[in-house]
Write a protein that binds this ligand. Structure first.
Ligand code: FE
Ligand code: CA
Length: 552
């Protein structure tokens, strides 16, 4: 058993120093309850609970529990990952100067990493910093571990321990792996249901979870519309404190906590992490860009504070880079995209249409302007270069909105396009498909969210041209789906769509090996039932080296 400190990877500086004896403004009650290292405890003290005598973590919230938001891991590399928690003894505190009920400086926590779920074979012990500037969240970069295996971890104060989470290192790029299992999820509107989809995906203990956007909803369900449960503040956030509390509300959910504790994740955002249907600096409510960028920065910071992201991702001015690629042996490479931050304005933006609306190219020539982009020029170049250089067997693009074209041709009329999805950025989609084809990238598969429906689609330039890639769209975790009958009517004119179902909530499970990728659409029985069951709605196989998708 080794017992080495964990490198914190934080530049030392006055603003980053832990506040020992003086700068922390915890009340005495909180100080006693939390037993945090900031309060005149020697920094290198071992936790009183070490040595296997720790009481099992409690799953129900306790008074003064510093860990009511649970734990998470993310961004797996072959030798490590990021570990997350956030200290929030009063998770929904409405005091903007005391997020989570804490004010004052940074605090230090003990952290343990073990090779077994009972935390008996400890391989690392050390200290992690909960940064006051980021609502006392921890983003601990851990390195030096063995590739391709699970580890278990927990955070501790002198008096409390967090739940135990399971993280996994990625296999090394040269390591042959037989099999990789992951799940993807999107669109979990708290007010529209319980997160049973998260619970059932957690029970599968996948190697990785992809969050494909709309992890929170900034919206509030109108009082005259149905809802299952309510955001406690009943407000649409527009500032950092408001967004922080929205994330805290979601992270109090036991099913969401279970999923984060079960597997590492990669997370990208869609629109609802900031504002419905925004695009780049363009607000859907026509707020001036300078003002909207301030709101966006608050929302982006709250996303950083609540996700297991590397500190290098944190906001730089008004920008936060979240797009990146991640390798899992030589088997899978994920390119995770940001389809919001660098987006061109929606086609024919202007009152009354700030967000998604239906246009034709004739009414709105801007729609087909080749200068418009979903990803922005820099991210497009980065993506095309990555696809061209990849030697992975499967090349998966994780992104947020429907990529396949969907025509709702009115008889005798031109195609009507939905401006929010890739149909609203047709030149950018053609560029991407051209690059996928010309790069010869192996087994390209696109995974999408946003749509609140399951889809299996073939991606092609025109309806009668060859298939270039396959797209799977996962349904929402809870968010109400689009009207089934209406979309189903369009399907005969859209042969690229192989499967569509908008009446089910759930998640998607994927198992991939050298020969094939099997995708299962998992439907929960009822999002209004906190104990909902799960069943497989449909399964699809992609054979390596073949384009298209077949029902399993
Ligand atoms: Fe959504
Ligand atoms: Ca969305």
């Amino acid at each position: 058993m080794t017992d080495q400190g964990i490198p914190l990877h934080e530049a030392p500086g006055p603003s980053m120093r832990p506040s020992i004896g003086g700068r922390s403004h915890l009340s005495r009650r909180q100080a006693l309850g939390l037993g945090l290292a900031a309060l005149a405890q020697p920094l290198l003290a071992r936790p009183a609970v070490a040595g296997g005598r720790l009481a099992p973590p409690q799953s129900t919230a306790r008074e003064n529990d510093p860990f009511p938001l649970g734990v998470a891991s993310g961004d797996p590399l072959p030798d490590g990952f990021v570990l997350w928690t956030r200290l929030a003894p009063e998770p929904l505190s409405r005091d903007p100067n005391a997020p989570g009920g804490l004010s004052g400086g940074d605090l230090l926590l003990h952290v343990e990493i073990a090779e077994d779920p009972l935390m008996q074979r400890i391989v690392r012990r050390g200290l992690a910093r909960a940064e006051a500037a980021f609502a006392h969240s921890v983003h601990l970069e851990v390195a030096g571990l063995k590739p391709g295996r699970p580890y278990w971890y927990r955070f501790m104060t002198h008096e409390a321990a967090s739940p135990i989470g399971c993280a996994r290192t990625a296999p090394s790029e040269t390591q042959g792996i037989d099999n990789f299992r992951f799940g993807f999820v999107s669109c979990s509107n708290y007010e529209q249901g319980y997160f049973s989809a998260y619970r059932h995906l957690a029970a599968e203990a996948p190697d990785l979870v992809l969050f494909l956007g709309d992890y929170i909803y900034e919206t509030v369900q109108p009082r005259d519309k149905p809802s299952v449960r309510r955001h406690s503040d009943g407000e649409i956030p527009t500032t950092l404190p408001g967004y922080r509390n929205r994330y805290a509300q979601y992270r109090l959910d036991p099913d969401l906590q279970a999923l984060h504790a079960a597997a590492p994740s990669l997370a990208i955002w869609d629109d609802h992490e900031v504002q419905n249907d925004y695009a780049g600096e363009w607000a859907s409510n026509f707020e001036p860009p300078a003002q909207f960028l301030q709101q966006r920065a608050g929302a982006y910071q709250a996303f950083y504070e609540h996700m297991p992201l590397r500190p290098s991702r944190c906001l730089q001015g008004a920008e936060m880079r979240i797009y990146d690629r991640y390798a899992f042996g030589d088997l899978v490479r994920f390119s995770m995209l940001d389809g919001r931050q660098y987006r061109s304005r929606e086609a024919c933006y202007g009152p009354p249409y700030g967000g998604g609306h239906v246009v034709t190219a004739q009414q709105c020539p801007e729609l087909i302007d080749p200068k418009r982009s979903m990803l922005g020029a820099a991210q497009e170049t980065w993506l095309y270069d990555g696809l061209a250089q990849s030697r992975a067997r499967w090349n998966i693009i994780g992104q947020t909105v429907l990529m396949a074209s969907l025509h709702d041709n009115h008889p005798g009329n031109e195609a009507h396009e939905w401006t929010e999805a890739w149909d609203g950025y047709p030149a950018a989609r053609t560029r991407l498909l051209d690059h996928i084809e010309s790069s010869g990238v192996a087994n390209p598969v696109v995974l999408s969210g946003d749509n609140h429906a399951f889809w299996a689609n073939e991606l092609k330039r025109e309806a009668d041209s060859p298939t270039i890639a396959t797209e799977f769209v996962g349904t929402s975790v809870t968010s109400y789906g689009p009207p089934y009958e209406q979309v189903a009517k369009w399907l005969p004119e859209n042969p690229q769509v192989k499967f569509f179902e908008s009446r089910k909530r759930g998640y998607t499970s994927v198992e991939v090996n050298a020969d094939r990728m099997v995708t299962r659409f998992q439907a929960i029985s009822d999002a209004a039932d906190p104990d909902a069951g799960v069943s497989t709605l449909a399964s699809f196989v992609i054979e390596a080296g073949r384009k298209g998708v077949e029902t399993a």
